[in-house]
Design a protein around this ligand. Structure first.
Ligand code: ADP
Ligand code: F6P
Length: 323
């Protein structure tokens, strides 16, 4: 292995820059030439790449987003697109690529590996929706961003004695809502993995009001419903004032937390070492604070388990279960 490359693909996530830095610096320090590919698989197809040096990744460890830019490439999913990408890799003598992204990006990495270009996947997505790893890069920052917003919304919510619905990202995975909801003391957390009843939510809101609670926070994952619709449903049923805040990209930007920078640094370095060891078609993950690697196909086939114990804890700590 002499020449390697790194790209970011799919939705960006804070900590991707720290991972790029780790890949570039580990690669150079181990005697490799490292290319940065722009705009995900599109950049590989178009030959939009350049050699990186130690200073090209200076001053980025903290920054959200990705200096390499990212994209969702439909062309790469086609046989022609894949063939063009392989061609570019061959022209630049690239033997291995570190792909930083989510499960879609990993599916692409697997296809490239089959053509003979060794790929290693590093999980970069705020959603934390990959079954094989405890955490993905960007998740912790997103949770902290949501928490910061919950704290602010709580102030105004209390002053006006209102119910606040906070809609967060997560189409299939409720982890952002779950973690931020527990840490923010939300009364209700609504996630795509668990059924919920609007009547039950309303009952809790009334009970909380009767106990003298000045505000209530409901954290809703986007995949479990629409915040504004839920607001209407609650307002139709009971006499409370409800306001909805859709956090959107607020939660995906900003400086990466220490946890994400550390995770990204460990995973980026591990990915390069795997390439040097001659490994291909593998993903890097973390379990019980240990960095490990696993076959991509195996990792992609795993079914995510929702942490029902945490969901139960949220309920226990936020509601008077004795009525
Ligand atoms: P994520 O990596 O965050 O899951 P996407 O699902 O949007 O994000 O995938 C990112 C990119 O990975 C896609 O735009 C496409 O270029 C590539 N990709 C996704 N699925 C496949 C696939 N089945 N085969 C080849 N490439 C894929
Ligand atoms: O996968 C990351 C994510 O932020 C999801 O939580 C969200 O549903 C989606 O990307 C939004 O994608 P887009 O970049 O197209 O707005």
């Amino acid at each position: 292995m002499k020449n390697i490359a790194v790209l970011t693909s799919g939705g960006d996530a804070p900590g991707m820059n720290a991972a790029i830095r780790a890949v570039v610096r580990t690669g150079i320090n181990r005697g490799l030439k490292v290319y940065g590919i722009k705009r995900g698989y599109n950049g590989l197809i178009q030959g939009d790449l350049e050699e990186m040096d130690m200073s090209s990744v200076a001053d980025i460890i903290h920054r959200g987003g990705t200096i390499l830019r990212t994209a969702r490439s439909e062309e790469f999913k086609t046989a022609e697109g894949l063939a063009k990408a392989v061609n570019v890799a061959k022209v630049f003598n690239i033997d291995g690529i570190v792909i930083i992204g989510g499960d879609g990006s990993f599916a692409g990495a697997q296809k490239l590996t089959v053509t003979g270009i060794a790929c290693i996947g590093v999980p970069g997505t705020i959603d934390n929706d990959l079954a094989y790893t405890d955490f993905t890069i960007g998740f912790d920052t997103a949770v902290n961003n949501v928490l910061d917003s919950i704290n602010k919304i709580r102030d105004t919510s209390t002053s006006h004695e209102r119910v606040s619905i906070i809609e967060v990202m997560g189409r299939h995975c409720g982890d952002i809502a779950l973690y931020a909801g527990i840490a923010g003391g939300a009364e209700s957390i609504i996630v795509p993995e668990m059924e919920y009843s609007i009547d039950e939510i309303c009952k809790r809101l009334i009970q909380a009001k009767n106990r003298g609670k000045l505000h209530s926070i409901i954290v809703l994952a986007e995949g479990a419903g629409d915040g504004l619709q839920l607001e209407q449903e609650i307002s139709k049923r009971i006499d409370v004032e409800v306001r909805t805040t859709i956090l959107g990209y607020i939660q995906r930007g900003g400086n990466a937390t220490a946890a994400d920078r550390l995770l990204a640094s460990r995973m980026g370095a591990k990915a390069v070492d795997l390439l040097i060891e001659g490994k291909a078609g593998r993903v890097v993950g973390i379990k019980n604070n240990r960095i490990f690697d696993q076959d991509i196909n195996e990792a992609l086939a795993m079914k995510r388990e929702f942490q029902e114990d945490l969901y139960g804890l949220a309920d226990l700590l936020s509601n008077n279960q004795q009525g």
